[in-house]
Every structure is written in C-alpha cells, then in structure tokens.
Design a protein around this ligand. Structure first.
Ligand code: ATP
Length: 819
C-alpha cells in the first residue's frame, strides 16, 4: 500500500513539474537525442586523442593551475581541448581504461532511442554494457598490462587495476582467471543459447568430429545411387544409422505406393540416408528424389501467380512507426476505483436491510456485502421456506424503507438462489480510465474492437467487443454521463487499434462534443469526399449523405467478400494479408468502421425517415463487413428509439433516466430510473443488465491523447468513404456533362498516367498517387466520363481510349472549352 502511495506521489510530482509532457514531446526528444549523439562522438574523439596526448596532458591535469582550464595558451594537447583532455583522463586513466569506449556507445544508443531511429531496450543494454565494461576493464588490466608498460595509463584503467589486485590478493592469479572465464561464459550464455552448444562441442570435440565423419562416409556411399546431399544434412541423429530396420519397413510400404509417396517421403527425411542395402536403397533414393516432388509443389504455388510468393501484406506499413497512446496521458485519481470500505456504514446498512425484511416477514439466513466503486451489493440468502416471489413483490416497500436514492433490487440474482440489493456508497470513487486500460484484462484482450468502459460492482474491469455486439444504443437523461461514456469507448479503441485497422465516423449535431477529435482526422476519422466536408459531421443535411455513403461502402464490401469467398471481414482481411486476394481486382485491406452518433434524437426529429432508414439498414447488415454503430440519445422516447432501431441495436447502455417508462424504452425493463447518475449505468446485451460504473475520462485527457496521436505521422487525408449515389444523375452523364470545376485535383495527372501506361487500372492510380481505393475509383469514373477510358469490365483493367499524350492534351483542352 505504502509503496503504491509513493508511486502515485511521484507521478503526480512529475506531472506537476511537467516531466510527463517533456518526455512525450517528440521534438524535444529528438533534439536531446541529437545532443547526446554529438556528445558521444566528442567523447570517442577525446578518448582516441588521449592515446597520443595523454602523457603530455597528464601533468597539467594532475597539477592544475588557476585559469589553465580555459586553455588560452593551448597547453592541452588533446584534440578536444581541455574538457576533452579531462574527460578522457577521467574515463580512460582513472576509471575503465580501453573499456571506457562503451560509455559513448551507450550514449549513442540512448540517442538512437530518443530520436526513434531504433527501439532499444535501454535498461537491458545498460546492464549488459555496464557488466561488459567492468569485466573488460579487469581482464585488460590482468592480461594487457605488460604490453602497455610504457603508457601513462593502464589498459584496464585504475578501476581495472584496483579490482585485479584486490581479487588476486584473495584468490590468486588462477582464481581471477577462472572468475573472468566463468563470468564471460555466463554472459555469453545469457546473450545466446548457442554458447551452450559451442561449449559442448569444445568439451567433446571427438564426438563432434566422428559424427561428421559418419555423415560424410554415408553420403559418399550414397553417391553411387543418387546424390541427395541435402537430405543427408538434415539427418542429425546418428542413431538412425544404427537402426536401419524401421526405416526400411517404412520405405517398403512406400515402394508400393509411389505416386502418393511424396508427402510421406518428404516428411520422413530420417529414412533418406539408408546405408548399404543396394536394391532397396535405390528405391529409397528414387523415392526421396521426390525432389521431383518439390518441383511439383513449386508448381502449385505458381497457380496463384507471383502473389503468394510475396511476404504477407502489412496494413500498418504506411505508418509503421506509429506509437499507440501511452497510459501516462491519462489521469490517476486518489483511491482509483478501489472502494473505500467504511465498516460503520456497511454494518448500518446490513442492520437496516435485515430489519426491513423482518418487518415484512422475510427471514434471512445469510447476508454478504460486495463493495464496488460506487455501489455495494448486499447478497441475501432467504431462510428456508421464503419464496423469492414474495420478496419481488415487496421490492418498492423495501426500497422505500431503506430510503436511499439509487437502490435496485435483483430478485433473484441470475444463476444464484440469492437476492441482491444494490445500495449506493456514501463515498463514491471515480473509476479512472487509466485504471481500466492499465488492467491485464484490457491489455491482453484479443477482442477485435475492445471497449473497456468501467468497473462492475465486483470491481472487475468491464469490457465488451463492439465487433460482436455489433451495434450499441446509449441513452440517458442529460448530464448523467453519456458523453463521458462515448469518450471512454473511443479512448479504449484508440489505445488498442492502429490507424490502419480502424476508422471512426463522428456525427455530432450538438457541434461541441466531438470537436476535440479533429486533430486525429488524418489518422482515424473517415468522411465523404467533399471539399468542405468536415471530418466531424455536424450538419444534419450532411449526415444523410454520410449514412448513404456508408450504405454504399457496405454494399461494396459485401461484393468484395463474395468475390473472395469470405464470410466476414476477419476472414477477408486474413486472406488479403496472406496475399490470396488480388488488389488489381479491387481487393483492399478493410479497416473496421465505427460510426458514432451523438444526440441521434435531434437527427430523427429533423430528418425523420431519411435518417432512420439508412441507420436501420446499416444496423441490419453491416456487422459482417466490419461497420458498427454507436448511437446516443438523451431523449429515450419511443418516437426516437423506434421499434426498428431497437430491433437492430442489441447492445444497450442506459445511464440514469428520470422515469421508469424511459428505462423500459431503452432496456425493456425498469432499472435505469433507479441509477444514481455520474456514470452509473446498466449494460444490456441479451440476458440480464449488468450494473457498471463508467470510467471517467475528462476532456483534457482526451485532448492529450489526440495531441499524442496527431503529432505523429498520419495519412494525408481522412479515410474517404465512397461518393453516395444521389440519384440526380451525377454519375450517369457523358463527357459533355463533365464539370471541370468539380474534377479531382489529380484528374490530369491520373489521365496522363493511364495514357502513358495504356492500362486503365484503378489500383495503378491508387499505388502511384498513394490514395485510397475509393478516390481512385472516383477518378476512374471521371476518366470514363471524360472519354479517356472505357466502361468498367468487371475485374479487368478498363480499355484506354486515348493513344498518346498529344491526343490527351487535345481532349482535356476540349473539355475545358465546353465549360
Ligand atoms: N463516469 C463518471 N464518473 C464520474 N463522474 C462522471 C462520470 N460521467 C459523468 N460524470 C459527471 O457528470 C457530468 C456530465 O457528464 P456528461 O457530460 O457525460 O453527461 P451527458 O449525459 O453527456 O450530458 P449531455 O447530454 O448534457 O451532454 C460530467 O461533467 C462529470 O462531472
């Protein structure tokens, strides 16, 4: 406990002093790294110069005179001046001798890490280099001193000499040598297990050589029939030679079944170098020559073209240096979700419950309290003969008698024969987002879209997989914690997902809730292609466009899934990553898309069916293609949460509502009206609702996370959703309908690329300009309308209708003159 408290104090001190922000400032880190790199270079130079100038500088250093350090007369000979001379003298002479070079080496490593050139485990390196330096200094002092007799320094430095003499005095020269060897071997073994093998070889060289000879002899003999030299090398266990019978039996079987032999024979390399046994051996060799078999295997892999021979596709490659947000961006709170147990309060509550129940004629045999961050659950086992239905009927009376806000009675607790009474704690703790994300459960989760939103009454981290839910409805009266809940969902996704894997569509009619996410637009947000379209959609008219666009994206994804023979996005992406799907045919890695709509009630009120229908359509179908929705409303009425919406949003989160009817609208049962607010919520997905205290994530925390992400390299634009079909003929015109004003800025360049390559391939445009598939597809449509390429021909590239650049220039000129 004490230790934990100290830790908390330190972190808050570092926070107060601003260290947290300093160590997360990439630019500052880079500059410090650069400084360390220069310093390391300077030290190396000074140390090297010391070998020739050390003797001359030594007297000056050992008998300093006032002002000499300024070196105005250039008394110090070291090429790095007086400071260089002092540094080199200190490290090389006074400390570690030649091993001192490891000091600047470590500085270089720190610099590399700070500059993010290499991800090094500095603690490990520090310990290794430290040990190596001490060992080296003693070893050099011991063995190289006679060579360096004329030098002003000892090769092991004063440190080496001191340790060497001290240990020698204790254990003598052989003892010191033994110690040094043992340390060296232990160190090498720690670094690589190969050392063990080498030492075994050294200890028993005879066995090693005889094994070799055996191999060679066998392979020589086998040369008479065939030359499966490779297979001989695979034989590592000499016992196989000693026990030929078993192998023979296996191979006899294979003789009969030659055509099916390959798999067995290749798997059975042990049998290959069967010695002597003439006739059969020939067969064996023929069998093994299933090397012809290998050729066949190569042949089958060629069926899929070059694609399969390539390394797996890495969707994160574009942003391979992306760093996930760190936990210190989040705030810690005093007592952080760990309940404060007030025994007096607990006993008083227990006595009241027992008394109230007794007044209603209910006897209990035991009572157990589980103290959560904001609520305590009293679990009551009724005495024998008491019917639970009796207690259920008394629910209101019991709640009234206990006269506390937020009491909820669960009779019975599902799966148990007990009755639960939830009573709010007098002192409620905030559950910080940090405590949730810092949990093993969250960090080790394998969920696709993990949303860690709070803690249950039993203090367990509560999380769900949005990909499984698959759509979530969040409702609650105003000021009860909806926005915080949505931020908690987004935060946990940002902590677990790479920008390549997740895209978020934020719809915010209130205009203020999601604006904090605009800095991460190029990393995580998705929007429709519209020049003035904000990545966070606040305009109701644009919401319809965005939802239609999502419907189109959903349809396209379904088509791609069908072509790929995949049942869902997970299978599809797996195939794409293993390069079984050809990007030339329109296939692409599909990120999950999470659509979050705050105040969805406002939208329904203003746009009605226009909004409800696409939402219901996406909710009905989009699960398999990785599009998931979270919609929130503070008006949980049946006119907003219609039957259609309810049927398609199986996941529900209810924050406190004022009336039971609202609770019934959200959860199909009462309960939400008995919550206590400030993040107290009920989560329902199927069976019984779970009471959860939502994690608290404040606006400054979200801002810090977004800043952390935003300062890293991102994509050039937000993820582009497809242009929705608006039915006004925009996509249907001929070249005469082209409006040059609204062409993609890359139109001309793309046209030139297509004409020069004489290949109407969308993926060519995509690759060349590093743009998304949707934008490339739109460019291709525009090129078609401009008469530059022909109509789409399924998965084949389109026909290019213009043969050379001159004709292309004329065509573009004519397009311009038309308008
Ligand atoms: N999980 C929580 N833990 C502690 N306090 C909370 C929590 N959630 C919300 N609160 C408190 O409640 C206040 C209101 O929360 P929030 O803004 O999320 O409500 P809301 O339901 O979104 O309201 P509105 O609909 O008006 O936007 C917060 O400022 C905070 O003080």
């Amino acid at each position: 406990m004490a230790r934990k408290k100290d830790k908390r104090k330190t972190s808050s001190l570092s926070e107060t002093l601003g260290f947290n922000t300093i160590f997360h400032n990439e630019k500052l880190n880079f500059v410090i790294g650069l400084l360390l790199l220069v310093m390391a270079g300077y030290m190396i130079l000074a140390f090297t110069s010391f070998f020739t100038t050390g003797a001359a500088d030594q007297t000056l250093i050992e008998m300093p005179k006032v002002g000499e350090l300024m070196n105005t007369q250039r008394e110090f000979k070291n090429s790095c001046g007086s400071i260089g001379a002092h540094t080199a003298y200190f490290f090389v002479k006074r400390c570690f001798g030649l091993a001192s070079f490891l000091v600047p080496t470590f500085l270089c490593m720190v610099a590399m890490r700070l500059m993010r050139a290499y991800q090094l485990n500095l603690v490990k390196w520090f310990l290794c280099l430290m040990l190596l330096m001490i060992w080296l200094s003693v070893t050099l002092a011991k063995f190289l001193s006679p060579v360096f007799v004329d030098q002003c320094y000892n090769p092991g430095g004063d440190h080496g000499v001191f340790l060497c003499t001290t240990i020698e005095n204790l254990v003598g020269s052989p003892g010191l040598t033994a110690i040094l060897i043992v340390i060296a071997i232990a160190f090498l073994t720690y670094i690589s297990a190969e050392t063990i093998y080498l030492i075994r070889k050294l200890l028993n060289p005879v066995k090693f050589f005889t094994d070799r000879v055996k191999f060679n002899v066998t392979s020589y003999e086998e040369q008479n029939t065939a030359k499966p030299t490779n297979t001989i090398e695979t034989l590592e266990d000499p016992k196989v030679f000693d026990d030929p019978t078993t192998e023979v039996i296996e191979f006899e079987g294979d003789d009969v079944a030659m055509p099916t032999g390959p798999a067995r024979a290749t798997g059975d390399t042990k049998a290959t170098p069967e010695p002597a046994d003439t006739e059969k051996d020939k067969d064996v060799v023929m069998d093994i020559k299933v090397a012809g078999d290998e050729k066949e295997a190569v042949g089958t892999s060629l069926v899929n073209g070059n694609v399969t021979t390539m390394a797996p596709y890495d969707p994160k490659r574009d942003l391979e240096n992306y760093h996930y947000p760190t936990l210190d961006l989040l705030k810690k709170y005093e007592n952080d979700g760990k309940p404060y147990i007030d025994m007096a309060e607990q006993t008083a509550n227990k006595n009241r419950i027992v008394e109230v129940l007794r007044n209603f004629g209910v006897e209990i045999s035991s009572i157990k309290a589980t103290v959560g961050p904001t609520i305590t659950l009293y679990e009551i086992t009724p005495a024998q003969g008491v019917r639970i239905s009796k207690i259920r009927n008394l629910e209101d009376d019991i709640a009234l008698s206990l006269s506390a806000l937020g009491i909820r009675i669960i009779a019975p607790i599902p799966g148990k024969g007990t009755i639960g009474i939830e009573v709010p704690n007098a002192k409620q703790n905030i559950v910080s987002m940090e405590s949730i994300l810092n949990s093993k459960k969250f960090q080790e989760t394998t969920m696709e879209l993990p949303c860690a939103v709070g803690k249950t009454i039993t203090n367990e981290v509560f999380m769900f997989d949005l990909a499984k839910i698959p759509h979530l409805l969040v409702a609650g009266a105003t000021g009860q914690g909806k926005s915080v809940g949505l931020n908690a969902i987004i935060t946990s996704l940002l902590y677990k997902k790479h920008p390549a894997e997740l895209k978020i569509v934020l719809i915010d009619p209130k205009k203020v809730e999601f604006s904090i996410y605009s800095p991460i637009a190029n990393h995580f947000l998705a929007k429709v292609p519209d020049e003035d379209a904000e990545p966070i959609i606040t305009d109701v008219s644009k919401v319809v466009r965005t939802l239609n666009s999502l419907c189109k994206e959903m349809d396209t994804r379904y088509d791609l899934l069908k072509q790929a023979g995949a049942r869902n996005i997970k299978e599809y992406n797996k195939k794409f990553i293993s390069r079984q799907l050809n990007p030339e045919k329109g296939h692409r890695f599909m990120p999950y898309i999470v659509v979050i709509i705050d105040e969805f009630g406002d939208l329904i009120m203003t746009a009605g069916k226009e909004i409800e229908l696409p939402i219901a359509r996406i909710a009905q179908l989009a699960r398999a293609v990785g599009i998931h929705m979270v919609i929130a409303t503070q008006r949980p009425t049946t006119s907003i949460i219609t039957g259609n919406i309810k049927a398609n949003f199986p996941g529900r989160i209810a924050f406190k509502v004022s009336a039971m009817i609202d609770s019934k609208t959200i959860l199909d049962r009462p309960g939400a009206n008995q919550l206590i607010g400030r993040g107290d919520m009920l989560f329902l997905n199927g069976n019984e609702p779970v009471r959860v205290q939502c994690a608290f994530v404040d606006t400054p925390e979200v801002e810090r996370i977004n800043k952390y992400i935003a300062q890293q390299q991102g994509y050039t634009t937000p993820f582009e959703l497809p242009e929705p079909d608006n039915g006004d003929g925009e996509n249907l015109g001929s070249s005469a309908d082209m409006d040059m004003q609204h062409l993609d800025p890359l139109f001309e360049e793309a046209a030139r690329l297509i004409v020069l390559n004489q290949s109407g391939s969308t993926s060519l445009i995509q690759r060349k300009f590093s743009i998304g598939y949707n934008r490339a597809g739109r460019l291709m449509d525009q090129l078609e309308k401009a008469g530059i390429v022909g109509a789409a021909m399924g998965s084949k590239p389109r026909e290019v209708l213009i043969q050379d650049e001159v004709s292309l220039d004329n065509q573009i000129k004519s397009l311009r003159t038309v308008h």
